[in-house]
Design a protein around this ligand. Structure first.
Ligand SMILES: NC(=O)c1ccc[n+]([C@@H]2O[C@H](COP(=O)([O-])OP(=O)(O)OC[C@H]3O[C@@H](n4cnc5c(N)ncnc54)[C@H](OP(=O)(O)O)[C@@H]3O)[C@@H](O)[C@H]2O)c1
Length: 329
């Protein structure tokens, strides 16, 4: 049966304006870092994408190196786009990035024009696209002049290979310089993609304020701390979890006694709110209007369905917030 998206898909999702731009993003976006590579089950990946779009998730986040093997998430996404989403390109926001290691030699990572131009061309080819909606510089490069990297982002917009550009993993000071250069070039920075969750709060020390002042959106990644902020590790490490996988980025050692103790207590707060811990962790980020969208991952459609329900309760009482802060101390 060919896939037909749910006609009511835009009714249950909230869309938030991205900084000062004209672009709106869904409160939840889906990332393809894990679970969409050649090592993964393709029918499962397809089901997750169908459910996401059926529930109003219009934004799909990729990068050159997602897989494994690197590049295969873009290839698989491109194939599913052609097979199932034909005719829907104008309803999708597709992002890609370059910055991390992708191929051997001096031109296969970081932020030179040489690397970024080749990488975006490869990404477009793998996905079968003429353009990406958002292209990110994936991480700051300590050696390449920031002007060169930002000029390359500006070039992509001029060429029509990217509609908007963004930064990822930039600290406030370097983000501020990059935003200024992009403004001077006439290609404003659309969005910043930092790691942000209840367990990872560096963005609260200056980055969120900067983005708000500059009219730049914010899309936190790993909002569930790669699955730790869910109920899945409460009774050990399930065999099919990211922490159990050799190719996953979450290590068993990350699940310390201190973390597990916090997770248990947070789970108690979530229960008292009538939510799963995953739903509460996402709602906790979305309570801040500076957050444009929260970028989640999912290894099963059921997880995505669970996470989507965070939208039903995004309000926190002062008591709940204080209780959560005390647990996270
Ligand atoms: N810019 C960057 O440098 C950067 C870096 C990392 C990620 N990202 C982006 O951010 C996206 C999300 O990152 P992430 O995958 O680490 O996000 P995450 O949402 O923190 O973690 C996703 C994982 O949590 C588990 N999970 C999700 N929903 C669940 C639920 N409702 N109940 C129980 N478990 C649940 C699953 O783990 P199991 O696999 O164990 O089932 C899932 O794979 C990536 O795909 C990528 O697009 C960007």
């Amino acid at each position: 049966m060919p896939y037909t998206p749910q006609p009511d898909r835009y009714q249950s999702m909230e869309y938030r304006r991205c900084g000062n731009s004209g672009l709106k993003l869904p409160a939840l976006s889906l990332g393809l870092w894990h679970n969409f590579g050649h090592v993964d089950v393709q029918e499962n990946a397809r089901k997750i994408l169908h459910l996401a779009f059926d529930r109003g998730i219009t934004h799909f986040d990729l990068a050159n190196n997602y897989g494994p093997p690197a590049g295969s998430a873009e290839e698989n996404f491109g194939r599913i786009l052609r097979e199932d989403f034909h005719g829907y390109r104008d309803q999708l926001i597709i992002s890609s990035k370059a910055g991390y290691y992708m191929w051997d030699g001096p031109y296969g990572e970081w932020g030179s024009k040489k690397y970024l131009v080749s990488s975006l061309d490869q990404s477009l080819k793998r996905m079968g696209l003429e353009y990406v909606d958002i292209f990110y510089h994936h991480r700051p490069d300590p050696d390449t002049p920031l002007e060169e990297t930002m000029r390359t982002l500006d070039l992509f917009v001029g060429q029509g290979k990217a509609l908007y550009v963004g930064l990822s993993n930039y600290q406030p000071e370097e983000a501020s310089r990059a935003i200024r250069i992009l403004n001077d070039l006439g290609t404003p920075c659309l969005i910043h993609q930092p790691k942000y969750s209840m367990f990872e709060r560096w963005v609260e020390n200056g980055l969120l304020d900067l983005l708000e002042q500059q009219g730049v959106g914010c899309i936190p990644f790993s909002p569930l701390a790669q699955g730790m902020l869910t109920n899945k590790y409460l009774n050990g490490i399930p065999e099919d979890s990211r922490a159990a996988k050799s190719d996953g980025f979450l290590q068993k050692d990350d699940l310390t006694d201190d973390k597990l103790n916090k997770i248990r207590q947070l789970n108690g707060v979530a229960k008292s709110r009538g939510q799963s811990l995953a739903q509460m962790a996402l709602a906790w980020l979305l309570k801040d209007p500076r957050i444009t969208s929260v970028l989640i991952g999912a290894s099963k459609p059921e997880q995505l369905a669970d996470s989507l329900k965070c939208l039903n309760n995004k309000d926190f009482s002062q008591e709940e917030l204080t209780h959560i802060e005390n647990i996270l101390q």
